[in-house]
Design a protein around this ligand. Structure first.
Ligand code: PMP
Length: 436
C-alpha cells in the first residue's frame, strides 16, 4: 500500500519532473510511492498534502526541539527580519547568541555557520591548522555531514564491508570522492578501548583530531560505555590531539549544555546545529580559547556569506532563551522515558527480542536482538527489515518515526502526555499487525 494520498502523489510527480528523485536530500527519498509531501507543521504534528496528520518523531531529522512553528521563535524571527537579514558586518544578534552559547555550553569562543556540514568541515580545518597534522580518527557508523573527508564508514555503510575489527576498512559512502582522501581517515569501532589506544600510540604524530558523536545519533543512539569518552579525553591530552564532539544531534537536546554536560566531559571543539535553531538554518563551532583562536584572519580560513545571518541568529536566541528559562528538556526527558519503557513492554509482551537504546530525547529501537549494542557492527545483529515493516504500520496509523532503525526517535516539547498515550496505543496495534 502506498503512503501517498492522491494530492501527495500528484505533487510528487511534479517534484520528480524538476528535482532529481523529487527530493532535496537523498535521505528523504523513500521510493516513488512512499515519499511524502508535507504541507505544514504545528507543535508535535505535521500534515501531508492530503491533510493526513502525523505525530512527528522525525522532527526534520532532529532540529525541532520545542515544536514546529513554535510561536515565540516565529515571532522573534518575524520581528528581527523586518530590519534586514545580512550586512557583511557583525550584528547584535550574533553577539547575544554567542554569549548565550558560551554560558550554556561552558565554551570560551563560538563561530557561527549555517549547517552541521559546514561546522564539522571547519572544525576539521581548525584542528589541522592548530596541530599541524593531517589525519583524523572517526568511528564507524558516525555521520559528520556531507564533506568528502567524513563520507567513510558512515551509518549508510553495509555491515559486510567494514572489514575485520582489528583492521577496519574505510568504506566510501558515496561516489565522487577522490581516492586519495581515504588516507587521511582512520575509522575505528566505537567503544573499543584497545583499538583506540593501539591506533593512537602508533600514529599520534599524524593525528590532528578525533571526531566523536557522543551518542551514535545516526546509528540508533548507541551509547558510549562508561569510561570510553574519558579515555578519549585522556589520550587527546596526552598526545596533543584535538577532541571534537560533533553535537549536531545531541546539542541543546541531551541537556542544555549538550553531551558535554550530559557526560561531564569537555571537548576541545564542539559542533552544534539542529536544536540550536528549532528548525531554522543555524549552526556553530565552539570550544576552547586557544583552539578557536586558530581562525586568525589571513591565516586559517573560516567564513561564509550567510554565517551569523539575522534569521538564524534570531531563531537561535529565542530557542535558547526558552530552553534556558523553562523546564523544556526535563519535560521531554520525562515523556521520552515513558515512551521508551512503554515500547519495551509492548515488544516484550509480543515476544519480539529488542533493545531500546539512546537517551529519552533521542532513542533508538533495535528489533530482533536483545543484546545491548556497543558499536555499529552490533547494530546489524538486529532486524532492520522488521523495523521498517513496523515503522510503515505506525506511519499508516498516524505516528511517524523514520523507516530506518538507525535514525532515532526525536521528541519535542510540544509532544503532550496524550500524544505519548496515543503513540503507545498505535505502537501496540502496529506490533500486532506486523506479527500477523
Ligand atoms: N553531524 C551529525 C552528527 C549529524 O547528525 C548531521 C546531520 N544529520 C551532520 C553533522 C550534518 O548536518 P547538516 O545536515 O546540517 O549539514
Amino acid at each position: 500500500m502506498s503512503m501517498q494520498g492522491k494530492v501527495t502523489s500528484a505533487l510528487f510527480k511534479r517534484a520528480k519532473a524538476v528535482i532529481p528523485y523529487g527530493v532535496n536530500s537523498n535521505f528523504r527519498y523513500w521510493g516513488d510511492d512512499d515519499t511524502l509531501v508535507i504541507e505544514r507543521g504545528e507543535g508535535a504534528y505535521i500534515w501531508d498534502a492530503d491533510g493526513k496528520r502525523y505525530i512527528d518523531y522525525r522532527l526534520g531529522f532532529g532540529p525541532i526541539i520545542l515544536g514546529h512553528a513554535y510561536p515565540a521563535v516565529v515571532k522573534k524571527v518575524q520581528d528581527a527580519i523586518q530590519g534586514g537579514t545580512v550586512f557583511a558586518w557583525t550584528t547584535p544578534y550574533e553577539i547575544e547568541l554567542c554569549e548565550r552559547i558560551t554560558k550554556m555550553c561552558n565554551v570560551d569562543k563560538v563561530r557561527l555557520t549555517n549547517t552541521g556540514t559546514e561546522a564539522t568541515m571547519h572544525a576539521l580545518r581548525i584542528a589541522r591548522a592548530y596541530t599541524g597534522r593531517e589525519r583524523f580518527i572517526k568511528f564507524e557508523g558516525q555521520y559528520h555531514g556531507m564533506a568528502d573527508y567524513f563520507m567513510f564508514s558512515t551509518a549508510s555503510t553495509s555491515p559486510g564491508s567494514l572489514g575485520y575489527r582489528r583492521s577496519p576498512i574505510n568504506v566510501q559512502s558515496t561516489s565522487g570522492i577522490p581516492k586519495g582522501i581515504s588516507q587521511y581517515i582512520t575509522n575505528l569501532p566505537f567503544n573499543d578501548f584497545e583499538r583506540l589506544e593501539e591506533t593512537i600510540e602508533a600514529k599520534w604524530g599524524d593525528i590532528a583530531a578525533i571526531f566523536i558523536e557522543p551518542i551514535l545519533g545516526n546509528a540508533a543512539g548507541i551509547l558510549p560505555v562508561p569510561g570510553f569518552l574519558e579515555k578519549i579525553r585522556e589520550l587527546c591530552d596526552k598526545y596533543g590531539i584535538v577532541m571534537v564532539f560533533d553535537e549536531v544531534k545531541t546539542g541543546f537536546r541531551l541537556a542544555k549544555g549538550g553531551a558535554q554536560e550530559y557526560f561531564n566531559i569537555q571537548a576541545d571543539l564542539v559542533t552544534y546545529a539542529k536544536a540550536l535553531g528549532n528548525g531554522f538554518p543555524i549552526a556553530a563551532i565552539a570550544g576552547k580559547e586557544d583552539v578557536m583562536m586558530t581562525v586568525q584572519p589571513g591565516q586559517t580560513a573560516h567564513g561564509g556569506t550567510y554565517t551569523g545571518n539575522v534569521t538564524g541568529t534570531a531563531a537561535a536566541i529565542a530557542t535558547l532563551d526558552i530552553l534556558d528559562s523553562e523546564p523544556i528538556l526535563e519535560t521531554i526527558h520525562k515523556r521520552g522515558k515513558i515512551l521508551m519503557s512503554g515500547i519495551g513492554e509492548i515488544l516484550t509482551e509480543a515476544d519480539i527480542p529488542h533493545s531500546v537504546t539512546g537517551a529519552p530525547s533521542m532513542f533508538g529501537i533495535i528489533l530482533g536482538s536483545d543484546e545491548e549494542p556497543h558499536d555499529f557492527r552490533d547494530y546489524f545483529k538486529g532486524d532492520g527489515d522488521l523495523y521498517e515493516r513496523l515503522a510503515m504500520q505506525l506511519i499508516q496509523r498516524g505516528v511517524q518515526p523514520d523507516g530506518d532503525a538507525r535514525e532515532p526517535w526525536f521528541l519535542c516539547y510540544s509532544l503532550s502526555e496524550a500524544d505519548v498515550d496515543e503513540t503507545l496505543n498505535v505502537f501496540n496495534d502496529s506490533v500486532k499487525a506486523v506479527k500477523k
